[in-house]
Design a protein around this ligand. Structure first.
Ligand SMILES: Nc1ncnc2c1ncn2[C@@H]1O[C@H](COP(=O)(O)OP(=O)(O)O)[C@@H](O)[C@H]1O
Ligand SMILES: O=C(O)C1=C[C@@H](OP(=O)(O)O)[C@@H](O)[C@H](O)C1
Ligand SMILES: [Mg+2]
Length: 192
């Protein structure tokens, strides 16, 4: 289909934990007639361990090595929406690779909104826990998110598309991403 042919074969969603990559991804894929893949789910499947287990046994470095390999394996996929983990494209190497191998979309959410969303979900995310592996809460969670987001934003902002999603519903966010991708398709067609 002409419409699809003008779309990229792989769309990588990036952004901070809780920005909605895993929630938006399947809905976006359905709208495009694409398949959805969650990179974290692929890592867990291949490692046979949960993300907290991988962090507990090998530290963050072990997780990043698995993540790097999983990302490279997506090169073979066609017509996929891929939700990456929030740290996957926070590396010059991985980000450059994704920018070359697909369209990268940053789902931008403020630290306040992220803190609200992540309060009930910090347990499954090792980077949002204290050194005794207790989920951060309240002001401590907000401070951790703000500090990490400030450090990571320079990478996130290098995405092909930056989609501001504060105040948008899940459905509105899907529409906003589709709009960004259509704009890209239109500008590509103009260049032909
Ligand atoms: N507008 C929205 N877009 C995406 N997620 C939202 C939105 N509003 C609330 N949420 C909630 O925020 C959380 C996002 O988590 P998730 O999709 O796992 O993010 P990520 O994969 O980026 O870490 C989910 O619990 C989701 O229901
Ligand atoms: O931001 C990060 O470094 C991480 C984000 C998580 O994925 P989500 O962004 O889907 O929560 C997961 O990959 C891991 O806990 C590390
Ligand atoms: Mg996710």
């Amino acid at each position: 289909m002409q419409w699809q042919a003008a779309f990229p074969t792989r769309i990588y969603l990036t952004g901070f934990m809780g920005c909605g990559k895993s929630t938006i991804g399947p809905l976006l894929a359905r709208r495009l007639g694409y398949t959805f893949l969650d990179l974290d789910a692929l890592i867990v499947r291949q490692a046979g361990r949960s993300i907290p287990e991988i962090f507990a046994e090998g530290g963050e470095a072990a997780f990043r090595a698995l993540e790097r390999d999983a990302l490279r394996r997506t090169a073979a996929l066609d017509a996929y929406v891929i939700a990456t983990g929030g740290g996957a494209l926070v590396s010059d190497d991985n980000l450059a690779w994704a920018l070359r191998n697909g369209r990268v979309v940053y789902l931008q959410v403020s630290a306040d909104e992220l803190a609200r969303r992540l309060a009930p979900e910090a347990a499954g995310r090792p980077l949002l826990q204290d050194r005794h592996r207790r989920p951060l809460q309240g002001a401590a969670l907000r401070r951790r998110i703000a500090a990490m987001l400030a450090r990571r934003e320079p990478w996130y902002r290098r995405a092909h598309h930056v989609v501001a999603t504060d105040g948008l519903s899940v459905e509105e966010t899907v529409e906003a991403v589709l709009h960004a991708l259509r704009t890209y398709r239109a500008s590509r067609n103009e260049r032909r």
